[in-house]
Design a protein around this ligand. Sequence first.
Ligand code: ZN
Length: 315
Amino acid sequence: MVMRPIIILMSLMLTLASGSAVQAAPPVKVPVAASILPLADFCRQIGGERVEVQVLIPVGASPHTFEPSPGLLSGLGRAKVVVINGAGLEPWIGRFLKTLKGQKPLVLTATEGLDLIREVTDHAHAGEPASGHKTGHGHGHQHTHGDVNPHVWLDPVFAQDICRRLAAALITVDPEGRAFYEQQLQQYLEQLAALHDKIASTTVQFQIKEFVGFHPSFTYFARRYGLKEVGIIEVAPGREPTPRAFQAILAAIKRYGIRVIFSEPQFNPRIAHVLAKEAGVSVLSLDPLGGRPPYGDSYIKLMEYNLETMAQAMK
Ligand SMILES: [Zn+2]
C-alpha cells in the first residue's frame, strides 16, 4: 500500500510523457460478460484495458436459438458486470443468474428504458390462418401479446444511450476508474454520433426507402432513418414463409421497385435465394451481429458495412 502513490505518480508521468491521458489499468481487470458481440464491443470501447470482456453468444450463432454450455455459465458466474440485451433475446441468462449464490453481478439490460417496438410475430393476415391458435380477435391476424422487437443495438442513437448506462455500471463496480471510463465514454459517444450522422446523410438520399429483411432485425434502424421494412422473409427463426406470405413479399418487391433483398449470415439463406429468383432480384447480406471480415468485432465498422450494403441496394 505504501508503494501505491509512487505507482500512481509514475503512471501519471508516463501518461504525460506519452501525451496520452490513458491511466494505468488496475492489476486485476474487471471481468465483464456481454451476451452478443455489439454489446461486448461497447464494453471494450468504454472499459478499455481496465476490463476483460467475455462474449457469451459465439459468432455464427443466432441468439434466438442459442443454448449455453455449462462452461460458459460458470464463466458468466465470475463476471462483475453482465450486459444483456433483454426483451427476450437471452431467456437463459435470467434463469442462470437466479441460481447464483453469494456475490451477484451487476446486470445491465440494454433494452431497459428504451422506446421498444411491439413485434407482430405471426403474420396470419399475410399468410395462411394459423390453425389451432385462433385468438378470437376477429380482425384476421394474431399478435403475440407482450412481445417486443429486441434488436435495439442496431439503432446508433440507442447505442449511445446503452453506452452511457454501461459507463455508469462500470463506475459502480470499479469507482477508481471513473475518470478513465468517463473519458472513454466521451470519445466513443463522439464516434457513435459521427456514425449516426453518416447513416442519416446517406439514407436520406436513398431512392428506395422500402426493403425486405430476412428477419425483423433492422426494424429500429429503419424507424430511426425513415426506412420501411415492407417484407420479412422469416418472421421467426427457421420458419419459412407460407405460400401466401411468399406472394405478399413478391408483391411488395414489385410495388416498391425493390432490386435487392437481404439475407443474414446467422441464418440459412436458401429461402431468400428462392424468393430472389422468383422475383428476379438479387440477394445481399446484412449482418446484425458482426464478428466476420471485413468488420470483425467492431460495431462501428459493422454498421458502416451494413450501410454500404443498403446503399448498394437502395440508392
Ligand atoms: Zn434477431
